[in-house]
Ligand binder design. Structure first.
Ligand SMILES: Nc1ncnc2c1ncn2[C@@H]1O[C@H](COP(=O)(O)OS(=O)(=O)O)[C@@H](OP(=O)(O)O)[C@H]1O
Length: 517
């Protein structure tokens, strides 16, 4: 030590005193800012110190010291300059259809949380755009506020744990989980609302979803892919050959439905009363004619340009595509060829395309999916002569409920204490209690309590008394908390059996028993 004056005892002592002074200065600055007796010089100093502090914490972590980086313990907001956009401090990484939107909306009640409104999909779809792009998608926050984002698909994106870790190894992760069976039904309900009614040939798979489609086969035929009965059009009075229930019939005027014995939709001649109900029926008369029974004018089909001979108002015409209505000079409903735009409005028109074809202009889907049971179970095996359905674990809504696999991937990158598993069931049954756990995990003061919620019995879910965006009581949107279709109890039981071992594995890995049936 003697030959290196820089390390003499006296020099070391001076360094120590200097360090203490520096720390005192920092502490003093914090107090000054807290008391709101700050000036621009202090703000700059504060910003620099917090930057150094964060850097120091990261360096210490790299060197293997167990420094807690829980720097965001709840603080009174200090107005240290203008708000700015920052990369997220915490992420809701999943799981789809488990209540991620509810969690985010509830968290937004906290004054120290700011979150991106829509799903950003950075770590799964837009990673190539870089962190600066991601930062720009975030809301501006004040020093001390948490920046958050939720994208449920991160949970199952293989590369997401590595990418999130590269952004910030100290980031806090939240995942909402729910009974995988209910989750699957919820997932299916959403797809059913979005998906399409196609008319393809029997046996053909849907060209977009690659799953079987609603077919029109002959009465009694089973669906060629799912081997279940299909919607049939049989002759009046016939029962459905498979379900043995009555089918939609077209009978002659006056005939009662042969099975239900109720009157059927008839097409009679103008002036005729319905032979059973004795009420007037929809008639097609010639232009100008009054309805022979009611003496009111009837819907007519006149030639384009002609006024209705009784009411003297223009009538619905069928003109050639592109033609304007000769009286109103407005465009008329046209039937163009698939892909053609309406010649006057330049908007896509109702088309009749060939089976499997998507609408050529809008490329949008139309509604209908096979039943949940058909998709979740494959009725192919026979166990000692007894038909036995096996769960289709490759089907998305089923696969996503196997939580153990993605959890293992996340735990390879992040320590368990960095990931909070939120119960989707408790978020509905006792939102305040679950939010208390979440606030503690995020190092926030407990601000969100029971007084923020009320139970809306019509919706069947907890709703908010007020929020950042609305000062009046409101629930989540109508896409959240949908009513689910009835599912065959035996299918539910099959799924429960399927998930049981995976759930056990998940409880082991997470250290929490969620108690799913
Ligand atoms: N408070 C409240 N209000 C409405 N809905 C609530 C609420 N809390 C939890 N849930 C459940 O959240 C389910 C939707 O989950 P997500 O928000 O994760 O869906 S998504 O992945 O973002 O599409 C949603 O699923 P469905 O019931 O199938 O619509 C709800 O069961």
């Amino acid at each position: 030590m003697k030959w290196i004056p820089a390390f003499s005892k006296r020099t070391m002592f001076i360094y120590f005193i200097l360090l203490c002074l520096l720390y005192l200065l920092y502490a003093l600055n914090t107090c000054l800012v807290d008391e709101r007796k700050f000036n621009i010089k202090h703000i700059f100093l504060k910003q620099h110190i917090s930057t150094y502090k964060n850097t120091a914490i990261r360096l210490a972590t790299l060197l293997g010291f167990g420094v807690s980086s829980d720097v965001n313990k709840y603080r009174r907001l200090r107005p240290s300059g203008a708000p700015r956009r920052r990369l997220p401090d915490a992420l809701i990484i999943g799981v789809k259809k488990c209540g991620t939107r509810a969690l985010l909306e509830f968290l937004r009640l906290h004054p120290d949380v700011r979150a991106a409104g829509s799903e950003v999909h950075f770590f799964d779809k837009f990673y190539h755009k870089g962190f600066e792009w991601y930062r720009q998608r975030m809301p501006a926050t004040l020093e001390g506020q948490l920046t958050m984002e939720k994208t449920p698909s991160y949970w199952v994106t293989r590369s997401a744990p590595r990418r999130v870790h590269a952004m910030n190894p100290a980031v806090r992760l939240l995942a909402v989980v729910r009974d995988p069976v209910t989750r699957a039904v919820s997932d299916y309900t959403q797809s059913a609302r979005r998906s399409v009614t196609t008319r393809s040939r029997p046996g053909e798979l849907h060209p977009v979803t690659r799953r079987s489609v609603t077919t029109r086969s002959r009465p009694g035929e089973l669906h060629p892919v799912t081997r279940r009965s299909v919607t049939t059009r049989s002759r009046p009075g016939e029962l459905h050959p498979v379900t043995r229930r009555s089918v939609t019939t077209r009978s002659r005027p006056g005939e009662l439905h042969p099975v239900t014995r109720r009157s059927v939709t008839t097409r009679s001649r103008p002036g005729e009363l319905h032979p059973v109900t004795r009420r007037s029926v929809t008639t097609r008369s010639r232009p100008g004619e009054l309805h022979p029974v009611t003496r009111r004018s009837v819907t007519t089909r006149s030639r384009p340009g002609e006024l209705h001979p009784v009411t003297r108002r223009s009538v619905t015409t069928r003109s050639r595509p592109g033609e304007l209505h000769p009286v109103t000079r407005r465009s008329v409903t046209t039937r163009s060829r698939p892909g053609e735009l309406h010649p006057v409005t330049r908007r896509s028109v109702t088309t009749r395309s060939r089976p499997g074809e998507l609408h050529p202009v809008t490329r949008r889907k139309r509604p209908s999916l096979p039943r949940f049971e058909q998709l979740a179970l494959v009725n192919s095996t026979h166990n000692w002569g007894v038909p036995w359905s096996i769960v289709d674990a490759t089907w998305g809504p089923v696969r996503l409920g196997v939580y153990a696999r993605p959890l293992r991937r996340w735990l390879r990158r992040f320590p368990r204490r960095r990931l909070l598993l939120v119960s989707g069931e408790r978020l509905v049954a006792d939102p305040a209690a679950e939010m208390a756990r979440v606030q503690e995990f995020l190092g926030l003061k407990k601000v969100i309590t029971e007084k923020h919620f009320y139970f809306n019995s019509t919706k069947g879910f907890p709703c908010l008394l007020k929020s950042e965006t609305s000062p009046t009581p409101h629930c989540l949107g109508k896409t959240k908390g949908r009513s689910h279709p009835h599912i065959d109890p035996s299918a539910i039981e099959r799924l429960r059996e399927f998930y049981r071992p995976y759930n056990e594995r998940f409880y082991e890995l997470s250290g929490i028993n969620f108690g799913w049936p």
